[in-house]
Design a protein around this ligand. Sequence first.
Ligand code: 5AD
Length: 454
Amino acid sequence: MNERDSEAVAAQLVAKGYTLAKSEAVADVVLLNTCSVRDMAERKAINKMSNMIGIAKKERPNQVFGFMGCMAQSRGQELVDKLPDVDLVVGTQKFHRTADYLDEILAGRRDKIVDTAAEEKSEAAIREHLLNGNAQKSVSAFVSIMQGCNQYCTFCIVPYTRGEERSRTIDDIVTECRDLVSRGVKEITLLGQIVTSYGRREKRDEWRVTSGASASFPSPVTRHPSSPFVRLLEAVHEIPGLERIRFTSPHPKGYGDDLVDAYARLPKLCESAHIPVQSGSDRLLKIMHRGYTRERFLGIIEKLRRAKPGIGVSTDIIVGFPGETEEDFEQTLSLAREVEFDQAYIFKYSPRRDTPAADMPDQLPTSVKEERNERLLQLVNEIAARNYEKLVGTQVQILVEGPSKKNPARMMGRTRCNKIVVFDGSDRHRGQVMDVKITRAGSFTLYGEPDILE
Ligand code: 5AD
């Protein structure tokens, strides 16, 4: 989400005549978009900013510095008090004001700007794309469908930094997606803090499709009326030329049968799901305020696998939440064994200001968090390696995105299940959907040979 927000701000600046600098060392303006979800991210951003300011003082006295995003939102003026050379602090509902604020600062009209106020309709302000930001045509794009979160998990700072849930209209989102597809994009990932809550808080007629975008829906075949999110998926699915749809992240609480059915009904919806589980212990899920049980989570996975065998499943897990006992942690290990995630992002619990969990008793020592992190990581890696290995010899469909990051002489694409495949190819293959045979499995990477190399 942060990458998407940064891209939109960069595109807004480019539209105003700015150009992207090759590095911060040659830039007139440096904006750091920030994350607050764990303390380490905040510390990194502050260190990076103070290092850059230190160098600029000697070499580039006129360089302009700004903080954007979640840390900017939660700390505001405090950041300028701490680092007086910071010129601009832009909160999460003000990304789209950045270009105007920079103009004012560069023209000398204003010295410092700190804006962390709420702004109505800001959820629809992240829309510009930099499709050839690195001189290569983008095959895959992110589209922000909503902002904010109302779940208030006891560990999480996001509701305080991103505000209340606000959704864009289906019309607005479909228009953006159509435009991306007309510019060569083949795959769209719909983004939100909790996409399954999309449109649930809006008045019905605000997100209903009107003329122009996608007036017709496939006739509903689900037993229950679809949720606004599934209706959005259906509307995006109708865009001609779009090959693949993904979304992140859903919440298990909102993972209804209509969404499971959507995988079976909508061929462009890729067989992959990132569903954050956070813990395998019912006791902890309750204290975390997650709103589901282990059984409910396992039930969703089972239904998804019934609808789409082989679907890629990934998750987020927190270890060392306050009061997590060895027994609780073993429940998480056993859940990981039971589900066999293709990938799991494991986080050591990090106390966040203003969140209830930060004040809970029984905060665990770092050593315990590290040890549990290690054990879970080992288990997840072992299971994933085994399952990646099973794909050797099979044929998979990939969408070719561009050169492999590790070895730019080779190309990379993703399977529908969201696994990376590296193969010998050339730039001609970029944007192509092609079948490859998997010849080898590495760590979270597959290696393949195209069926026919044209
Ligand atoms: N400490 C550690 N991890 C956290 N996450 C969110 N808040 C915290 C925290 N306080 C993790 C969750 C979430 C992911 C984006 O970050 O697993 O899904």
